[in-house]
Structures are given as structure tokens and as C-alpha cells.
Design a protein around this ligand. Structure first.
Ligand SMILES: [Fe+2]
Length: 406
């Protein structure tokens, strides 16, 4: 039997004076055996939910003796003015390249990395985001995978995603879904480069070790052999499900081999904007303004079992009240300018800026502009609900904390 300590202390012998130091030494010595000694009460990384209501309660990794790889997402903003130019550079390299980067790197994109996560390719514990550019002629070959994914279109027009044979032609503000278990391919058959955000629940699936991808498509292909044939023309999703409250009875609402995912693959930015605008005279929610959540029309559930997608309108001068929740939120600014205060820190934003609000942190949004602000939100709220962990709190104007969802 392996002995760890060379000279175990004799029974009854007093502990060394510096017990902390001795325990750390013991821990280091025992590490090769893949055990971890509890050397000091490990302070939790998370503040207590009901007791700690300070505005600056940004979760920090505890200073105590915790697992060495423990990491924690932090609030962050990516300014489009800073990151956007890198897409142009990728595009330029691709234009003059011997071989296009999309051929050897699969995609022309950069991924956003949360500064608190040590370089991991994720913005929260559950969400990954890539910013992609497709030059004219680029094709991402047809494939299928377990992560649920979406595209938020930033360029004015151009590019497409074909999902299960439905061609979704992209324009700014569109949301194009590729739920888990759907065959999809992307490309740009227009004349100008196109840019979009890919948002996925990839890190969660990675953590669970259930990430797989397949590109052996056996269905009918388009002429270029890397894309699936178009079976349904643009607008098919809308034709089937676009009349709110009416559900077609002659189709299966399961598209692809995934479960509990939306049969709607395409929301048009113009429709989203018009729907928000139609509600602008309503009072809205004091913590969120005017919001619309995208739902699976067949079940009323979130688009994906893991992620909820919403669009949010903040009218000129509108300020929301402070709210915090156990879900994380990932925002993209489609229109307007303002700021989001997160754990006491102010993050100014304007068009195309991207902001992450990790769970548990107080946040509020302010539209400081003369025009509307429109923000898209992706949140892991449905996952938190499913595991029995969704809670939300608000802060009244007088500073009093109330439980919105207990
Ligand atoms: Fe994909």
C-alpha cells in the first residue's frame, strides 16, 4: 500500500505550529495520487444569494484554497470598433491567399473569450460566440452536430444558411437557428462579404462530453456537392408558423433528429423590429423594458432546451431597474447607444457592441440616445429552470430587494 507521508506523526503528537503550511505541503506531496486535501475552508466563489445584495458584488474566484483550475466568468464588453477591423483583415488575407483560410481553418472567424476564463473559447459557462465573415463564394460544407447554434446577422444583406433543406437568406437583425440534430450549410453567393455572430451552447456540451459533429451527409446535394439541396424556399418557416397562435396540423414539428428544439429556423430582423415597435406604447417591464422572447410555436418552450433568445427595446431615455438572476446573459446591440451597469461597473455600448453579464450580478440598462435601442439577448435561463436553479431578484427604486422568481 502506498504511503504518502514518510514519517506519519505519532499519535498524540501536537500539530506543528504552522498547521496551514504543513497541510499545504502535505497537499503538494499527495497531489500525484490525484487527491486534494481540504487544507483550509474554501471560500465560495459565489456570494450568498439572499444575504449579499451589494451592487458591486461581482463574483470573484475565492482567495482561499480552492481547486487550482477554478475559473469564473466576468462582465465584459467587446467594442465593435476594436474587434470589427480584424474581420476585414481576415477577409483581406483570404482574398489574396494561395488557399483561403476557410479551407484550412474550416471557418473565417474569431471567437470571443471571457477574460475570467483563462483563454477558454467561451463567454459564459454555457455559451460560445464566434464572429464570422464569409467572402463571396465561401461555403461552409453541410454538417450536423449536437450543440444548438444560431446566427445573428450583422451585415446589411447577403449570405445564407440552409437548414434541413430550408434556405434562409440573411439580412441584418435576422436570427437563423440551427438546432441540434439539423443538417446545415452556410455560404455567401452574393457580391460582398457578410458578417454574423455564431452563438452556441457548445461549452455546456463540451463540459458534459457530448459534443459530436458529422459531415457525412447522405441526402440530395446541390451542384457544388458540399451543400444540401434546397427543398424549401426562403420564407418556409414563416409560412408555417408566422401566423401567431395558429399551428399547421399536417407537418411534424420535429425537424432534424434533435429533441425539444424549435421548428422555426428563421426570424427576420425586419419582423422582429416591427413587432417591438408595435409594443412601444406599452409600459413594458421595469427591469427589462419592452421584450419579446422567441419560442417554439408548437410547445411554447424556449427555442433550445438550453438557451432562450429575446429581443429588447429600450426607448429613448429609458432606464431599467437593477435586476440579477442565476442565468447568464449575452447581449448584442443592434441599434442605438447607451450603457449597461454590471456589478457597479459601467459599460457604454453602441451598434454591434457585445456584452456579457455573468449570472448573479446586478445589471441595468440605460438608453442614453435620442433614438430607440434594440438589444438581442441570449440567456441560459431555460437550463437553469430545468435544473431547478432559476431565481431572479429586482431592486426597487428605493433600493429594497424583492424576489422576482424565488
Ligand atoms: Fe454548424
Amino acid at each position: 500500500m502506498a504511503t504518502v507521508t514518510k514519517e506519519p506523526p505519532a499519535q498524540g503528537r501536537a500539530l506543528p505550529v504552522n498547521a496551514r503550511e504543513a497541510m499545504e505541503k502535505l497537499n503538494a506531496e499527495a497531489a500525484p495520487l490525484h487527491i486534494w486535501m481540504r487544507t483550509q475552508a474554501n471560500a465560495p466563489a459565489q456570494r450568498p444569494w439572499f444575504r449579499e445584495t451589494g451592487l458591486d458584488a461581482a463574483g470573484k474566484v475565492a482567495g482561499g484554497r480552492v481547486g487550482t483550475a477554478q475559473m469564473k466568468p466576468v462582465p465584459h464588453r467587446w467594442r465593435w470598433s476594436e474587434i470589427g477591423p480584424y474581420l476585414d483583415q481576415i477577409s483581406q488575407i483570404a482574398k489574396n491567399a494561395d488557399v483561403s483560410p476557410i479551407e484550412f481553418a474550416d471557418r473565417q472567424q474569431f471567437l470571443l473569450t471571457n477574460p475570467g476564463l483563462g483563454g477558454r473559447l467561451q463567454v459564459t459557462s454555457t455559451i460560445r460566440c464566434a464572429v464570422s465573415i464569409y467572402n463571396p463564394g465561401d461555403v461552409a460544407p453541410v454538417h450536423i452536430h449536437t450543440p444548438n447554434a444560431s446566427r445573428t446577422i450583422l451585415s446589411e444583406k447577403g449570405g445564407y444558411t440552409n437548414v434541413e433543406g430550408e434556405r434562409c437568406e440573411a439580412a441584418r437583425g435576422d436570427l437563423i437557428l440551427t438546432p441540434n440534430g439539423t443538417w446545415h450549410d452556410h455560404g455567401n453567393d452574393g457580391a460582398a462579404p457578410v458578417v454574423w455572430l455564431d452563438i452556441l451552447d457548445f461549452p455546456l456540451l463540451e463540459f458534459l462530453d457530448i459534443n459530436w459533429l458529422d459531415d457525412e451527409f447522405h441526402g440530395e446535394r446541390e451542384a457544388n456537392a458540399r451543400a444540401q439541396a434546397v427543398v424549401h424556399q426562403a420564407g418556409y418557416s414563416k409560412k408555417l408558423y408566422g401566423s401567431g397562435g395558429m399551428l399547421p396540423g399536417f407537418v411534424s414539428h420535429q425537424r432534424g433528429i434533435g429533441h425539444d428544439t424549435t421548428p422555426v429556423f428563421h426570424y427576420r430582423g425586419a419582423d422582429i423590429r416591427a413587432a417591438l415597435d408595435g409594443l412601444r406604447r406599452e409600459q413594458g417591464d421595469p427591469y427589462e423594458g419592452i421584450t419579446l422572447s422567441f419560442v417554439n410555436p408548437a410547445t411554447g418552450a424556449s427555442l433550445f432546451p438550453t438557451l432562450q433568445y429575446s429581443a429588447q427595446l429600450l426607448r429613448p431615455g429609458e432606464e431599467t431597474r437593477l435586476k440579477r438572476e442565476t442565468a447568464s446573459n449575452f447581449y448584442v446591440v443592434l441599434e442605438g447607444r447607451g450603457f449597461t451597469e454590471i456589478a457597479g461597473q459601467r459599460f457604454d455600448w453602441q451598434e454591434n457592441d457585445i456584452i456579457v453579464v455573468p449570472n448573479f450580478l446586478w445589471r441595468r440598462h440605460v438608453n442614453t440616445g435620442q433614438t430607440d435601442a434594440v438589444i438581442y439577448d441570449v440567456s441560459d435561463l431555460p437550463l437553469m429552470q430545468k435544473i431547478g436553479q432559476y431565481r431572479a431578484q429586482g431592486r426597487e427604486a428605493n433600493g429594497e430587494v424583492t424576489n422576482l422568481v424565488e
